[in-house]
Ligand binder design. Structure first.
Ligand code: AMO
Length: 452
């Protein structure tokens, strides 16, 4: 007995997929097709069985009437259960009673693998399952077409953002994730044992992406995981996320960085609307591409707006998530857009590497991009002048000695530069109107979750 026979399965043999489910159309009536996928639904009506076969791109009806198929095919079809892995060779025939106008009558069905009783349903909307249960069974959860679609949209957003940057001369880099020091402040660092020493998981590629401009690259970008030991479970934080960072030299000021971002997102949204049209439709999203230039307001104005809405904040106070939500309600009404740059953050609220403003006392040449009431990007012009950089590190209470690997290269000719970090999961969740960032994270890591 072979291991196939022992498991009640068959080898794939010489079968090769000819079409994905979504490619089978009425045009193919009369043709033979080979499809591979999972049994999405199987309905047994005695002398006839209805199989909905699902693959990565869609699903299609296979009809198995005892009268019209071979005895072997009919016997095999009795073995099919939800999520059985199958290969089906059959002919597309006209079927007026089916919504699509056709069905597939099989000549060959092979069970490539069996599936045990499922812990969660893969068929959409059968029962509302709690997010935690879904995440415990994430691999099955991701098979649901509407869940899968989230990550196909995410892929598209990243793909076309990268495409835009490449067209603008950016070089993709890969920087270390095991690091010696914090870049964004020490509070949310994960410590790791690094042989005899202590190391940390990178919170951001910040220092290294900047240093690459000192190393002679004009423009660099990186799309990679970063780690934040945020202790609180919130709907907008995970402990590992994908940071989309870019950094560009020879800028006139922070405005050049914002221009690059708005054009990149405009390109990425426009292309995603086209290339991920099927997924967006499945998710019920009518993707609104924000027009360029995006609206800009200063931090001080944003504080005024939330104060008018009943808050009582000083200009150096942090805009917390609730304030971001308030602004998210105000912006579309006041400016007709939900994509707004907030600029000139107070120096107290920005990391040591941020360029202080020459025009707005006590402020910085920095920005956040907010989208539908949530921060999705932080960026700014960086300090390229060694003395000022050391001064700012000291002012923030850091020992410049500990940061010598970062600070020293600034002694030897650093170009003016700036850049940003965009949270890929936050961008996805806001674009798709998803409530919890975990749903826009393939395999989320949070306070309580380290598997799957
Ligand atoms: P910042 O710390 O603001 O800036 O992070 C940049 C963007 O990353 C996303 N983000 C998160 N997403 C999910 N879970 C989290 N815990 C989380 N924390 C942040 C947000 C945020 O806007 N070095 C700077 C960037 C720069 O100036 O280039 C930085 O990391 O979308």
């Amino acid at each position: 007995m072979t291991y196939y026979e022992r498991s009640g399965t068959e080898p794939i043999g010489d079968q090769q997929r000819t079409h994905h489910a979504n490619e089978v159309t009425a045009d193919l009536i009369g043709s033979q097709v080979v499809l591979m996928g999972w049994v999405h639904i199987i309905r047994d009506k005695g002398k006839i069985k209805f199989l909905i076969l699902r693959d990565e791109r869609g699903s299609v009806q296979v009809t198995i009437p005892q009268k019209k198929v071979s005895a072997t095919v009919f016997e095999t079809s009795a073995l099919l259960k939800p999520e059985t892995v199958v290969s089906v060779r059959g002919t597309v025939v006209e079927a007026k009673q089916v919504e699509s106008g056709f069905e597939i009558i099989p000549e060959d069905i092979r069970v490539l693998n069996t599936a045990e009783r499922l812990p969660i349903d893969v068929v959409e909307g059968k029962v509302d399952i709690e997010l935690d249960t879904r995440l415990n069974n994430r691999i099955l959860d991701l098979r649901k077409p509407s869940i899968n679609a989230i990550f196909r949209v995410q892929h598209s957003l990243v793909r076309f953002s990268r495409e835009y940057l490449e067209s603008q001369g950016f070089v993709e880099i890969h920087t270390p994730k095991l690091v010696a020091e914090a870049t964004e402040g020490g509070a949310n660092l994960f410590e790791v044992k690094y042989f005899e020493r202590k190391a940390y998981l990178a919170q951001s590629p910040q220092f290294y992406k900047q240093l690459m401009l000192l190393a002679g690259f004009d423009r660099v970008f990186e799309i990679a995981p970063v780690f934040r030991a945020e202790k609180h479970n919130t709907r907008r934080h995970v402990n590992e996320y994908t940071s989309f960072d870019f950094e560009m030299a020879w800028i006139r000021g922070v405005e050049d960085v914002m221009k690059m971002e708005e054009r990149m997102l405009h390109h990425s949204f426009s292309k995603t609307r086209k290339h991920a049209a099927r997924e967006l439709e499945l998710l019920g999203i009518n993707l609104d591409v924000p027009s360029v230039p995006f609206k800009r307001i200063k931090y001080a104005e944003a504080i005024e707006l939330v104060n008018e809405a009943g808050k009582d904040l000083a200009v150096t106070d942090d805009l917390d998530p609730e304030c971001e939500r308030i602004l998210g309600d105000i912006f579309p009404e006041k400016y007709g857009t939900d994509m707004v740059f907030i600029t000139h953050y107070p120096i107290e609220l920005r990391p040591a590497y941020t360029m202080p403003s020459l025009t707005d006392e006590g402020m910085t040449e920095s920005f956040d991009l907010t989208y539908k009431g949530m921060e999705i990007t932080t960026g700014g012009q960086r300090i390229h002048l060694y003395d000022l950089l050391v001064e700012r590190f000291k002012a923030k209470g850091f020992d410049p000695e500990a940061f010598a690997f970062y600070l020293d290269p600034f002694k030897y000719g650093a170009p003016p530069h700036g850049g940003l970090g965009l949270g890929v999961e936050r961008l996805t969740m806001q674009l798709l109107g998803i409530d919890n960032i975990r749903e826009a994270t393939l395999l989320p890591r949070d306070r309580d979750r380290l598997t799957p």
